[in-house]
Ligand binder design. Structure first.
Ligand code: HEM
Length: 468
């Protein structure tokens, strides 16, 4: 794979940057956008100087937006990808905050999301859509350029990517749980360079049958996935589950959330018909999609509506990353009918197969731990059945857990039974518990009055709890 093609000047997918921006994002907009920057600074429910911001007073944001300068002509002169990204981020935050403000205030009063404003005024819509077109993304708050990866500011510029050292350039709630929630996504991605390295090296070495190098790079992937999971688990402290609703409404999408947005949003002065886009979600992150492609989990995705969501969400990414994932898939498919596993079997590389099983187990731990986030942060907090990305809460994540378990089973089937390797024996012995846990949880969820707490408690009963 020719890595030089996977860049847009802001992201550069390789073993140095992984999926993080190739330089720190701009913390503030250039001076020529002063009034826009001031609006962003005043936006959060609690501002940086601990005052009540625009999102803490009903109607305040609408009135402030009506006075905002029109930058439609100024943005057209921009070519620097970092400025375009910061503008996209700023306009995306204002657009989501503006449209969803009524739903937020209704939620504070009644606990139900009310209706959103269904239009974006022309002086917001025109510059926002122009910038989105330059970046080739949908004009709606996304994960890469807006809420997560392109939104970090290091407190100590020389410090690392642990979430404690990261602040958000632009915020909705301004409360610590919002920062912990989304900056932990960036934190996890500090391990993406090593994963990209392990994946690409393995793919390069497989056709040449370099057994020990292949196994070494597969091990690099497994050990890095262990680090990814160790950081992911920090979510339980970085963002307290009871506080998820303080900011969740603002990352909702239009598509799949018809209860809030009816048939879509009008971008005045840009489109004649209402538009629907999916919301900001970790499903737009790249680590799991990359590992699914590499390990062959994608071969086990069932052909159903839920898998269609997964594929639809793949298009909510910068085009350079979409290209990377597409080419990666072609590369894996070009190896052998059965992908990486098939090659390892052909080459009788049992140690490599055990490492592959180890990676698959880590993908399982990621998804099952993440499923526990969904049970606690969402199902126990709200009855609203749609996720911010617009997918059905209780069925979508299990769809993918099943696919990982099936992929792991296929891999284990290829390893000679008499193998006495410690990692292999540990994965094999614990496999059936994982299947039983998912079966039991799905059974519970099919009951009309299931209790989210009981579904969550089952993880502990079966020794698969994430928060220990
Ligand atoms: C409290 C923390 C989290 C919650 C409540 C949560 C919630 C969700 C929900 C509801 C979905 C379904 C898609 C949709 O939004 O429509 C989803 C998908 C997803 N999330 Fe998260 N998420 C959390 C943290 C994370 C983190 C830290 C990551 C990784 C950086 C992540 C990565 C993913 C991925 C890859 C998917 C796609 C599902 C799959 O491939 O199986 N999430 N998340």
């Amino acid at each position: 794979m020719n890595l030089s093609q996977y860049t847009d000047g802001f992201f550069k997918v390789n073993a140095t940057h992984g999926f993080l921006p190739c330089q720190p994002p701009l913390a503030k907009l250039p001076k020529r956008y002063n009034s826009l920057q001031r609006l962003l600074d005043d936006l959060p429910r609690i501002t940086n100087d601990q005052k009540e911001g625009l999102l803490s007073v009903e109607g305040a944001l609408e009135s402030r937006v009506s006075q905002l300068d029109d930058f439609s002509e100024t943005v057209k002169k921009e070519t620097d990808p970092f400025v375009l990204q910061a503008l996209f981020r700023g306009y995306a935050f204002i657009t989501s905050a503006y449209t969803l403000a009524p739903a937020h205030f209704e939620f504070l009063k009644t606990g139900n999301y009310g209706k959103a404003h269904r239009y974006v005024p022309a002086h917001l819509a025109i510059p926002f859509c122009w910038v989105a077109r330059q970046l080739e993304v949908f004009p709606w708050l996304d994960y890469h350029y807006a809420y997560s990866l392109g939104n970090y500011v290091k407190k100590n510029p020389k410090g690392g990517f642990n979430w404690e050292n990261l602040d958000m350039a632009v915020k909705f709630s301004g409360m610590p749980d919002e920062r912990g929630f989304i900056m932990l996504h960036v934190d996890i991605n500090q391990h993406s360079p090593k994963l990209v390295e392990g994946v690409l090296n393995t793919l390069q070495e497989l056709p040449q049958n370099k057994v020990s190098l292949i196994t070494k790079n597969l091990m690099l992937c497994r050990l890095t996935m262990e680090k990814v999971n160790a950081r992911r688990k920090v979510m339980w402290e970085a963002s307290r589950w009871k506080h998820y609703n303080d900011f969740r409404v603002f990352i909702m999408g239009i598509k799949g959330n018809e209860e809030i947005f009816d048939e879509g949003v009008f971008y005045q002065g840009v489109f004649d018909t209402p538009k629907q886009y999916r919301g900001q979600t970790g499903a737009q992150d790249n680590i799991i999609p990359m590992m699914d492609i590499f390990t062959g989990v994608i071969r086990h995705y069932p052909k159903n509506e839920l898998t269609k969501y997964l594929m639809d969400l793949r298009s909510y990414r910068p085009t350079c990353i979409q290209r990377f994932l597409k080419d990666l898939r072609l590369e894996v498919e070009g190896l052998h009918d059965e992908g990486v596993l098939g090659m390892l079997v052909k080459q009788k590389n049992v140690a490599g197969m055990i490492e592959l099983a180890g990676i698959l187990q880590e993908i399982y731990f990621f998804r099952n731990g993440h499923w526990q986030f969904v049970q606690k942060y969402i199902m126990q907090n709200t009855a609203y059945s749609k996720a911010t990305g617009g997918t059905p809460i209780i069925s979508w994540i299990p769809n993918q857990i099943r696919s990982v378990l099936n992929a792991l089973q296929s891999c284990l089937n290829q390893i000679p039974e008499e193998t006495s390797d410690e990692l292999y024996l540990q994965i094999k012995t614990k496999f059936s518990d994982k299947v039983r846990l998912l079966d039991k949880q799905l059974n519970m969820l099919h009951q009309p009055n299931y209790k989210a707490e009981e579904v969550f408690d089952l993880n502990k009963k079966m020794n698969l709890a994430d928060d220990e």
